[in-house]
Write a protein that binds this ligand. Structure first.
Ligand SMILES: *Cc1c(COP(=O)(O)O)cnc(C)c1O
Length: 348
């Protein structure tokens, strides 16, 4: 049996349609803005997000950083949530490269900021304070369990930011999952914000890449920052060709991943040792805790790996499984029966 790889949706490989698109893509030098396939992809991305312009970026981490650099000045303070990717998982780049400091906004279990408290953290013009220029939100919010953040919430947060002269950036690495779960058009989630980054390399199955979208001025600054960071690419149309398939085709099937994740969560919570709340599983991410007498979490993870079931162990009891293209309901049945067997055999 091929391993069933639930570590992340980043493990997805290009679809057959993507390989065909790569072979047929017209190419040019994108640093001169002359790659027709990149231009078509960026135009499509800007249309779908309801923004004036969009820019193809090698990674989500670089997309968030380019956005931060384009919105802020060295020494600014950025308002972020505590358990977000921009703060925890991007190598400290907003400080190391952006020269920004962060202020943590309180958030609830779903990863939403407590809106009534946001203004308490917005400080006036005072020479003692670092200037504040940007609020960053994450949608879907990964560490909260892949939770989608709603349209009304996004609008209210944008209104608060704008009423104080701040910008709102969305780390929307999985924003198409959010739109699918909410049953809304992705532009309903992105229009209120000043910029959005999303990944095509995750559930949308492209091999490489992310997009930043915003108004024309912002994208012009972002293009310069991308070059600054060494992210200018040449015949990037081979990648953008996959991105076009991601946007036109793969955004339409994410509900299948969400159904598999939910089935997985309901199955796991029936097994001994698992703590998981299936009600919270609304996109493609399943966080769970595992603890069973005689079988610690690291050993359990390793036994599963040996039997071809791969997932992420975060340390302690916390683990994560992510569903994606190529994982179907029959795979979920297989995962559940193999795990049940391992627990029976290994626990004392
Ligand atoms: C994956 C991810 C990113 C970007 O990651 P890259 O691996 O650099 O593409 C940003 N934010 C969140 C929430 C993510 O899950």
């Amino acid at each position: 049996m091929d391993p069933i790889d639930l570590r992340s949706d980043t493990v997805t490989k290009p679809t057959p349609e993507m390989y065909r698109a790569i072979a047929e893509a017209p190419l040019g030098d994108d640093v001169y803005s002359e790659d027709p396939t990149v231009n078509e992809f960026e135009e499509l991305a800007s249309e779908m997000t309801g923004k004036e312009a969009a820019l193809f970026i090698p990674s989500g981490t670089m997309g968030n950083l380019v956005s931060i650099l384009a919105h802020t000045h060295h020494g600014d303070e950025i308002l972020v949530g505590n358990d977000v990717h921009i703060k925890n998982s991007e190598a400290g780049n907003l400080s190391a490269i952006g020269g920004c400091i962060i202020r943590i906004l309180p958030s609830n279990d779903s990863g939403e900021f407590i809106l009534e408290e946001v203004e308490n953290h917005i400080r006036g013009d005072n020479i003692h304070y670092a200037p504040q220029s940007l609020i960053c939100m994450e949608n879907t919010h990964l560490r909260a369990g892949g939770i989608s953040q709603g349209v009304e919430y996004t609008r209210k947060l944008a209104d608060i930011a704008h009423s104080h002269g701040l910008k709102l950036h969305i780390d929307g690495s999985r924003i198409f999952n959010a739109a699918t779960a909410l049953g809304v058009d992705v532009c309903d989630l992105t229009i209120p914000a000043d910029s959005v980054m999303f990944c095509i390399s995750k559930g949308l199955c492209s091999p490489v890449g992310s997009v930043v979208a915003g108004n024309g001025d912002f994208i012009q600054r972002a293009r310069r920052k991308r070059k600054l960071l060494g992210g200018g690419m040449r015949q990037a149309g081979v990648l953008a060709a996959c991105g076009i398939v991601s946007l036109k085709v793969m955004t339409k099937r994410l509900h299948e991943d969400h159904a598999c994740a939910r089935k997985l969560a309901y199955g796991l919570c029936e097994l001994p040792g698992f703590t998981v709340n299936p009600e919270k599983v609304i996109t493609n991410v399943v966080f769970f805790e595992f603890e069973l007498d005689g079988l610690d979490t690291a050993a359990f993870t390793e036994f599963c790996r040996e039997e071809g079931i791969l997932f992420s162990h975060y340390g302690g009891r916390l683990c994560r499984m992510v569903t994606h293209w190529g994982i179907e309901e029959t795979h979920i049945d297989t995962v559940l029966s193999i795990i049940a067997r391992i627990i029976k055999k290994r626990s004392t």
